[in-house]
Design a protein around this ligand. Sequence first.
Ligand code: UDP
Ligand code: MG
Length: 154
Amino acid sequence: MERTLIILKPDAVQRGLMGKILTRFEEKGLKVVGARFAKLSEDLLAQHYQDHKERPFYKGLVRFMSESPVLVMALEGVGAISVCRKMLGATFGRDAEPGTIRGDFGISRSYNLVHGSDSPEAAQREIGLFFDAEEIVEWHPAGHTWVYDAEDLG
Ligand code: UDP
Ligand code: MG
């Protein structure tokens, strides 16, 4: 099992798409193990997007992400990091394939609805940035014996 950090960005929240997007992750078999609805500070976003500091879009990105609340989630599942990245689709909505979240709901470059960790290292760092250890909840969805292979559930 793997964990990844997903953020439903301000545009997803403002457009009333939180439920629809979360449903996709739930229906896929990903389990929410942490959740936090908050308006993020520019300081926290600077840490989150530290690798993008020198990019031309950085300032606009931090402004957009801090302007309005977001839903931050830690999701758990087999191969969760790459599974979620595939579900997100390409970075820009206009390039993202239909069937992906960005492909179905977005057409913009910056307003692309959702963030997902892009590697195990990033996932660990990002989950640690947004959640204290005790805010991650271990639980067992009743239906997962019909969703996961027995060996995946351990
Ligand atoms: N972004 C942007 N303009 C760009 C590239 C990226 O506004 O030219 C924003 C966009 O919101 C994206 C975020 O910066 O999700 C982080 O960029 P990254 O390349 O890491 O894309 P992602 O991993 O989110 O697909
Ligand atoms: Mg990225």
